[in-house]
Design a protein around this ligand. Structure first.
Ligand code: SAH
Ligand code: SF4
Ligand code: F3S
Length: 490
């Protein structure tokens, strides 16, 4: 079934976007926030307690960033956020559907929390990409009764209204807008970190890679206004933020829908002037749109980190065509040469899919060949997962699963070997690290990222989260570096 058709015929209490929902709508939005806050105040006066919420976030940086907006709304509505291991009154799932195993995990987690809901009268709110699929909403409606509110990626800003309606009427709400509206600005944000931040620049995707569900669940490309982006980054800088990551499914098409060319490169130049921001990252770049202007901007902008995430998906031109990626193996390799020449010491990372229908041994050898020729610092490798509604899902999967597993293992081994080799080259060097705080594994040790986005664990005195320090690398593995010392740079 074609998801697009299915979505437009979607009638599960769907409310269509009403024109003018945006900044000018702020009073309506804040009105709902206030109504819920009043309910919470009354509850606190009566019981001496505060209503608690916790969030379970799946998927990519888009979801991480959306979750900061949801957390911002919840804080404004008077809820207290607690960690995942604590009991809460409301449990929020921010879902992902990029691969089948992501969906399975989410169903598993929602099911597992049902006990907690029965025990203390808690309920579940489910939102995010997975909810944009009508068959998922149907399944939740039927089989997951503790999910009381469902909304989608296009109507996050209606959450306070939905919550108020549920809290006052106690009737389950399934409200998923089928289409994207214009970008809604000025929603509250509770940032996860102070020293680094995600900044959306373009929402949605127009590329329709044949395997990918994202364009169906995130809608078409909508660029944010450049002044809004710069104002957000300026405010972040004033608040002590040192590193920003510009987000989009394809940042390279930033501005296309505004009728502007090369606006992404212009944005990078404009950010150079923002005092306090020391590092700029971005993701993701589609190889077909990586322009010379962008490569030049990466070369010229001192704040832009020497790291590029450039997914290639498959090394075989034949498979790339079936994937609708619109570049060839040769084009990808020549882009890599160009960027390596322009930005010496660039660290490249990538995404790779193994086992796309019709992938032969020869096609797979091409993938290994690209991995060998480029030398990626890191690669996110996935086994192809058919997604309902995408063109590739109609292709017959003719590769036995043992063959796919063998290919995957081979690729993983090769990539780990290459990443280890590249990492070893950092031993003895001194690298600039932005400190993220104590390491999750060992609180005695600090953890941070180099400009190449390599993870460094190190010991140092008088160094704090958010500091930028020089660290001497003493040992290196494929996924982390070990360092010592920390001369403060900023
Ligand atoms: N917009 C980004 C990322 C999209 S999703 C980009 O274009 O690179 C992140 C990664 O998930 C993709 O790069 C791809 O490697 C992988 N992916 C997407 N759909 C998939 C599927 N159906 N099966 C397996 N991997 C998939
Ligand atoms: Fe999916 Fe392709 Fe868009 Fe990335 S560029 S989100 S892989 S359709
Ligand atoms: Fe998943 Fe949606 Fe991101 S499907 S990968 S959370 S855009």
């Amino acid at each position: 079934m074609d998801i697009k058709k299915n979505v437009s015929g979607y009638r599960l209490g769907v409310k269509k976007p009403q024109g003018g929902r945006g900044v000018e709508n702020a009073p309506e939005f804040s009105g709902w926030v206030e109504q819920v806050r009043n309910l919470n105040t009354a509850y606190t006066l009566e019981t001496g307690k505060t209503k608690k919420i916790k969030m379970d976030i799946f998927g990519c940086q888009m979801n991480e960033r959306d979750s900061e907006t949801i957390a911002g709304m919840l804080t404004d509505m008077g809820f207290e956020e607690v960690s995942k291991d604590k009991p809460a009154d409301i449990i929020i799932f921010v879902t992902c559907c990029v691969r089948e195993n992501a969906e399975e995990r989410i169903y598993g987690h929602i099911g597992a929390l049902s006990g907690e809901c029965e025990e203390n009268g808690a309920f579940i709110v489910s939102c995010g990409c997975m909810m944009q699929q009508p068959h998922v909403v149907e399944k939740i409606k039927k089989s997951y009764h503790n999910v009381k509110i469902v909304f989608g990626t296009h109507n996050i800003h209606t959450f306070p209204e939905l919550l108020y309606r549920y809290l006052t009427k106690k009737k389950r709400i399934f409200e998923v807008w089928e289409k994207e509206d214009k970008v809604v600005e000025e929603l509250p944000i509770k940032r996860t970190e102070k020293h680094k931040a995600w900044v959306n620049i373009i929402l949605g995707c127009n590329n329709f890679c044949s395997y990918c569900i994202v364009p169906y669940v995130r809608g078409r490309e909508r660029s944010r206004n450049m002044n809004d982006i710069l104002a957000e980054i300026e405010a972040l800088a004033k608040d002590g933020c040192k590193e920003i990551t510009l987000l989009g499914q394809n940042v390279n098409s930033y501005g296309n829908d505004l009728g502007e060319k090369d606006l992404f490169a212009k944005l990078l130049y404009a950010i150079e002037d923002i005092e306090g921001i020391e590092r700029v990252r971005f993701m993701t770049s589609h190889p077909k749109d990586l322009s010379d202007e962008l490569i030049n901007a990466m070369k010229n902008c001192k704040k832009v980190c020497n790291h590029l995430h450039l997914p290639f998906q498959s090394g075989s031109t034949r498979i790339l065509e079936k994937m609708n990626r619109r570049y060839t193996k040769e084009k990808y390799l020549s882009l890599v040469s160009k960027i390596k020449e322009a930005v010496p010491n660039i660290a490249l990372t990538t995404d790779i899919i193994v086992g796309f229908p019709g992938e032969t041994e020869e096609d797979f050898e091409d993938t290994l060949d690209v991995v060998k020729k480029v030398g990626f610092d890191a690669a996110y490798m996935f086994i192809y997962s058919p997604r309902k509604g995408t063109p590739a899902a109609k292709l017959e999967q003719d590769i036995p699963s043992e063959v796919i597993s063998t290919r995957f293992r081979k690729l993983l081994e090769l990539q780990t070997e290459i990443a280890t080799e590249l990492a070893k080259k950092t031993e003895g060097k001194t690298l600039e690290v932005l400190v993220d705080g104590p390491s999750k594994q060992n609180p005695e040790i600090l953890s941070g990222r180099t400009r190449e986005n390599r993870l460094v664990n190190f010991k140092a005195d008088n160094v704090n989260k958010g500091d930028i320090v020089n660290v001497e690398i003493i040992r290196a593995g494929a996924f982390w570096l070990e360092g010592r010392g920390g001369n403060k740079l900023g």
